[in-house]
Design a protein around this ligand. Structure first.
Ligand code: ZN
Ligand code: ZN
Length: 464
């Protein structure tokens, strides 16, 4: 092994973008991994971080910031090569990661056959069940030790992004590193705002997701909620139904709570049936289990046992059949995963009912990649037809299509304010596309002229 700097950072992502998050910290004699995600747009083993950089069994601890797959999807593969590493996350994240990984095995198994990717699945249900027993739960704001001879002190801080999400502070030899993970600095409807430290941080590793996406100046979250209510009401009044494609984890529960509050305030008719389906149901069960104890608003509110009258699409073994178990009718809201209307998901299958009728609407409330079916549909607004599947004939496109901004990520202005408060001598920019990181680098260089602002190249060893 080459000479190792005793305080260094290395990005194990394969590109400077969002996805397959994984970062190596060398602190003294200890080697720590932050996150082990997969890349949503890559296939096969190419969707993993570059684990080849890590000698076998050379890692002391792995810490997972939250359960989205771009942060946790590669965990079983990493543990296979690093069997001696201790694994830490919050209790909520343990339960959510377990569900996400099992679902991921199912998705990879069907992709192996349909897309001919022989190395899928990258791990098995049995493997998840075996390794899961060793994951250690830690609470926020309670410091604990890890690494060789327990030389590192670690503390979790609530990140306000989704259930169980945290920022991670690590301290060694009087020097401290803070990793934001994915963060939201304001209250969402369900998630409570992040509660991050600002004092004594030598190295700030920060997400930059929205660096190239300024918000329009007149934006308010309440304004978006009102516009959402108006759109749904208009749809129902003209005899149509609304499809809201949703990420199963996080965005679904936020949106369901918004709908619940709109009904309670009579902005929506209390009798409009709301259907949920796909992976959403399982994720919502976990939210209910932690309704009293997690960092959130509306403590004690449970979606499935008393809180809301949701109609749950019955679970079918074959995903392709799942949307057949949801009856299509007028005057309904269908809150179905996935958020980008990815092929073989419930929202994708159900869209064929919604698209051809001008009374209906499809409402996007989260990110949809331009090349996903959801992203292509947003692009096709105004066209007469839409090619929903790669194969098959186009469907007539007559429904209303709208997009709303309920992002679970901090705005670039909020992250900039946070970085200015922290005034870390070294800021490392991660989790953003190139233009987003460039904006942060230029802006923070001007804001913090005495700090080093780094965009880490994949694999590059950076002295902290
Ligand atoms: Zn996330
Ligand atoms: Zn992320």
């Amino acid at each position: 092994m080459p000479d190792i700097d005793s305080f260094s950072f290395q990005s194990l992502t394969r590109a400077t973008d969002i996805g397959a998050n994984c970062y190596l910290l060398q602190m003294g004699n200890s080697r720590i991994i932050l996150d082990a995600g997969t890349h949503p747009k890559r296939e096969g083993a190419d969707n993993l971080p570059d684990f080849d950089q890590l000698p076998y069994d050379s890692i002391d601890a792995i810490i997972i910031s939250h359960s989205h797959l771009d942060h946790a999807g590669a965990l079983p593969v990493l543990i296979r090569c690093q069997p001696g590493a201790q694994v830490f996350m919050t209790e909520e994240t343990i339960e959510l990661v377990d569900s996400m990984l099992h679902n991921s095995v199912n998705v990879m198994t069907s992709q192996r056959d349909e897309l001919d990717i022989p190395e899928f699945p990258l791990f098995t249900h049995k493997e998840i069940n075996t390794i899961q027993a060793d994951w250690q739960a830690r609470r926020t704001r309670q410091a604990f030790s890890l690494g060789k001879n327990n030389e590192i002190t670690c503390e979790f801080y609530p990140a306000g992004h989704i259930l169980g999400s945290i920022g991670i502070r690590l301290e060694w030899n009087g020097k401290s590193v803070f990793y934001t993970g994915d963060v939201h600095f304001e209250d969402q409807t369900l998630s409570k705002a992040a509660d991050f430290p600002t004092e004594h941080i030598d190295v700030l590793i920060t997400e930059t997701t929205r660096g190239a996406a300024p918000r329009r100046p007149d934006y308010t979250r309440q304004g978006e909620i009102d516009r959402l209510a108006d759109t749904i009401r208009t749809t129902i009044n003209r005899g149509g139904s609304t499809l809201i494609p949703l990420f199963a984890l996080g965005k679904s529960q936020e949106l369901l709570l918004i709908l619940h509050k709109l009904k309670k305030s009579s902005q929506l008719d209390d009798n409009i049936p709301i259907y949920v389906g796909g992976l959403t149901t399982k994720m919502t069960v976990t939210h209910d289990r932690f309704a009293d104890t997690s960092h959130r608003n509306h403590n004690g509110f449970r979606f499935l046992t008393g809180g809301m009258d949701l109609i749950i699409a019955s679970k079918k073994r074959k995903k392709k059949d799942a949307n057949r178990s949801i009856p299509y009718d007028r005057g309904r809201i269908y809150a179905l995963s996935s958020g980008m209307m990815t092929e073989n998901t419930v929202s994708h299958g159900f869209a064929r009912h919604i698209l051809p009728d001008e009374r209906n609407s499809i409402l996007f409330v989260g990110y949809a990649a331009p090349d996903s079916p959801g992203g292509r549909l947003l692009e096709a607004r105004g066209d007469d037809e839409f090619q929903l599947d790669e194969e098959g004939s186009p469907i007539s496109l007559r429904c209303q299509i709208e997009r709303f901004d309920f992002s679970g990520h901090a705005t670039r202005g909020e992250l900039r304010d946070y970085a200015r408060k922290v005034k870390a001598p070294h800021v490392i920019l991660v989790h953003g596309d190139e233009p987003a990181r460039q904006w942060f680098q230029q802006t923070l260089r001007a804001d913090l002229p005495n700090s080093k602002i780094t965009i880490p190249a994949p694999g590059e060893m950076i002295s902290m």
